[in-house]
Design a protein around this ligand. Structure first.
Ligand code: ZN
Ligand code: ZN
Length: 346
C-alpha cells in the first residue's frame, strides 16, 4: 500500500499536512511551500505554487492544484465550511487564524504522520544503513588523525568534509567536537581552543544520505586520563550497553531509558547524566520514538533510534557514546559499528 493510502485508511477527518518533511515522506515532493489534503478513505490533493508545479505534476496518486504563493490563504477559501484536521505541532498561529477566518473548522491533531514515519520500511532501512556506513568510515579514519594541538573547530570541519567526500549530501546537524572541560556541555559548539593531551574529546556527527540521517558519537582519549575521566568512560559504556540490551519491541521508551541509568545511579553519578537516552532518526535527526524518562512511546520493529547516555563532570570533562540501532523482532541491530573500546589518539 502506498504511504498516502496507508495514512488515508486511518483518518477520521481530512488531514491538512503542512509539515514539509511529512509531505516529502508521503508524496516524495521536496517543497518549502506545499500542502497536502488527505481525505479519509483515499483521495489526496496537493497544493503548491508555480515554482514547484513541474515537480508536483509527477507525484503519483494525487490531484495537483496550482495555487498562488499564499497557499494557505487560498485554502481558506477553497476549504470554507469544511471540518479539517491540522498538524498542531506545525501549523503556525498566523496560518491557523487565516484558515479559521475563512470559515474552516479546524481539528488539532498531533503526531499522525510521525507515527507512520517512526516505522521504517526495507528501502528506508537500506538508506539508513548506508548513512551509518559513511559515519563508520569517517570515525575509523578520525581515530588515526592528530587531535592534540588542533582546535575543536579544525577537527569538526575535517569531519564534515570527510562525511561529504564519503558520499553524504550534507550533515544532519553541526558536528560537535568538545574537548576537556568543554565536553561537560552535551551540545557544545566547537571552539577555537586547542585540544590538550590527557583528556577526553566528544565527537558527535551525523550525515544525510538520500534524505535520511545518521547519528553517532564516540569519545576519544588524548593520552593517559585522570582517574575520574577514565571511570566516567567505563561507566558510560556500561550504561550504553545496558540501554542497548533493553531495546526490543513492546518496551516503553521510558523503560529503555531507565535501564541505562541503573549503573550510573549506583555509582552516584545520576545527576551527571542529565539528558534522555535517545531519539528516533529518519528524515529528521530527531523524530519519534523517544527514549526519555517521560516517554510513553512503545518500541516496534522498524523503529530506528539512538542509544546515547552521557556523563558530564562540570569543570573536568565529559563522555557520550552513541549508536544508531534498528529495532528488530527480538531486540536491536546496531547500524553504527565503530569500536566503543576507549580509543587513544595522538
Ligand atoms: Zn548524536
Ligand atoms: Zn543523537
Amino acid at each position: 500500500m502506498s504511504r498516502l493510502r496507508g495514512l488515508a485508511s486511518t483518518l477520521d477527518d481530512p488531514l491538512l499536512v503542512t509539515n514539509p518533511t511529512n509531505i516529502r515522506y508521503l508524496a516524495g515532493l521536496d517543497s518549502s511551500n506545499a500542502v497536502l489534503l488527505v481525505e479519509p478513505g483515499g483521495g489526496t490533493t496537493l497544493y503548491t505554487d508555480f515554482r514547484y508545479a513541474e515537480a508536483a505534476r509527477t507525484v503519483p496518486d494525487v490531484t495537483f492544484v496550482e495555487t498562488r504563493r499564499d497557499v494557505v490563504g487560498e485554502l481558506a477559501t477553497l476549504l470554507a465550511g469544511r471540518r479539517i484536521a491540522i498538524e498542531a505541532e506545525h501549523l503556525t498561529v498566523a496560518r491557523f487564524e487565516a484558515l479559521a477566518r475563512g470559515g474552516v473548522e479546524l481539528v488539532p491533531t498531533r503526531g499522525v504522520v510521525m507515527a507512520r514515519r517512526a516505522v521504517k520500511d526495507a528501502d528506508e532501512l537500506e538508506v539508513l544503513r548506508r548513512a551509518a556506513r559513511v559515519s563508520d568510515r569517517v570515525f575509523a579514519e578520525l581515530a588515526r588523525e592528530q587531535f592534540t594541538g588542533r582546535t575543536e573547530r579544525e577537527l569538526a570541519w575535517w569531519v564534515e568534509r570527510r562525511l561529504r567526500e564519503e558520499g553524504a549530501t550534507g550533515i544532519a546537524f553541526g558536528v560537535v567536537v568538545a574537548a576537556g572541560a568543554r565536553a561537560a556541555s552535551p551540545h557544545a559548539d566547537p571552539g577555537d581552543r586547542i585540544i590538550e593531551p590527557g583528556t577526553l574529546v566528544v565527537v558527535d556527527a551525523g550525515c544525510v544520505v538520500d534524505g535520511y540521517c545518521s547519528d553517532c558519537t564516540r569519545t576519544f582519549a588524548t593520552g593517559e586520563l585522570p582517574p575520574s575521566l577514565a571511570s566516567a568512560y567505563d561507566l558510560c559504556l556500561r550504561a550504553q550497553l545496558d540501554g542497548l540490551a533493553a531495546v526490543r519491541p513492546g518496551t516503553h521508551g521510558r523503560d529503555v531509558d531507565a535501564a541505562s541509568r541503573v549503573a550510573v545511579d549506583e555509582a552516584g553519578l545520576g545527576e551527571a547524566y542529565g539528558h534522555g537516552l535517545g531519539h528516533g532518526v529518519g528524515l529528521e535527526v530527531h523524530e519519534a520514538p523517544v527514549l526519555r524518562p517521560e516517554s510513553e512511546d512503545v518500541l516496534q520493529p522498524g523503529n530506528v533510534v539512538t542509544v546515547e547516555p552521557g556523563i558530564y563532570l562540570p569543570g573536568v570533562g565529559g563522555v557520550r557514546i552513541e549508536d544508531l540501532v534498528v529495532v528488530t523482532d527480538d531486540g536491536c541491530e546496531r547500524l553504527t559499528t565503530f569500536t566503543k573500546e576507549l580509543t587513544t589518539v595522538e
